[in-house]
Design a protein around this ligand. Structure first.
Ligand code: ATP
Ligand code: MG
Length: 245
């Protein structure tokens, strides 16, 4: 078989990875060789799928759990580090709420959990809350909100970062409420905020809507408290990577 014919066959069979790996795989016997070639094709597809999921999730920065120190986080009794990082909350469609001061690692941990979910083949979307609200308002204006909501509803993990940095307009709050209500008991949400729940009315502008939203979010949720000094500040002050507690 000529290499061109092989390429044509692979293209027709949609075995896009085979032409680039088949020459590098050791040959012992036919079965071992074919199995290894097909294994390489499968692995390449898996990697491509993960890349696509990571792109679609639209993280602002890629962060990993390996780089995260849990010293700043107080976990509730409902979970522990192993359960959280094994993403058991996703299986159970529970939420994770991360509350705490600036620079204490909320976005890092939320992103790292989202990245791991993508690695496991899950559909994830990452938004700064204010950006999602703006997008929802735009789609609403443009008459394409229903389609956008259907798209959002496909995701298994919605990450809403920085709830509380910017107050929302009333219409924006209503639209965000609908997104969260749609996720309720159907998919997981991770929310990060600098504000205690008691201050969320100042963000959403309406106490009844805020109460209904918080109620849905916390019903099946793990609430993590991030304490301590800002990691950014500590790093800037010490000028060193190694931080003491
Ligand atoms: N516990 C941690 N382990 C490792 N890196 C951390 C930790 N906490 C923070 N960092 C790092 O410090 C920087 C700031 O963290 P991050 O952006 O996650 O904070 P934040 O709580 O989201 O802050 P903000 O409330 O201002 O959004 C990032 O570069 C992050 O990787
Ligand atoms: Mg943040």
């Amino acid at each position: 078989m000529t290499s061109n014919l092989l390429k044509t066959y692979c293209k027709e069979l949609k075995l896009g990875g085979v032409p680039s790996v088949y020459e590098q795989i050791d040959f012992q016997d036919r079965q071992q060789y074919l199995t290894a070639v097909l294994g390489a094709e499968l692995e390449m597809r898996r990697q491509n799928r993960i890349k696509k999921l990571l792109r679609k999730a639209a993280f602002t920065n890629l962060k990993t759990l390996e780089d995260f120190e849990f010293t700043t986080v107080t976990l509730p009794e409902t979970t522990n580090i192993a359960a959280l990082t094994d993403l058991l909350f996703l299986e159970k469609r529970e939420n994770v709420i991360m509350l705490g001061a600036v620079g204490t690692g909320k976005t890092h941990l939320a992103t790292a959990l989202g990245v791991k979910a993508c690695m496991q083949g899950k559909q994830v979307r990452f938004f700064r809350a204010a950006d999602l609200v703006n997008t929802l308002l735009e789609k609403h204006k443009g008459g394409t909100l229903a389609r956008y909501m259907r798209e959002l509803n496909q995701c298994e993990l919605l990450i809403l970062d920085e709830v509380g940095f910017v107050p929302f307009h009333r219409d924006g709050s209503d639209l965000l409420f609908n997104v969260i209500a749609d996720c309720y008991e159907r998919s997981s949400v991770i929310v990060t905020s600098n504000l205690e729940f008691g201050q969320w009315t100042s963000v959403f502008g309406d106490s009844r809507l805020t109460a209904a939203l918080v109620d849905r979010l916390v019903h099946h949720a793990h609430i993590l408290a991030f304490t301590g000094e800002s990691y950014r500040l500590r790093k800037a002050l010490s000028g060193s990577k190694e931080q003491s507690k």
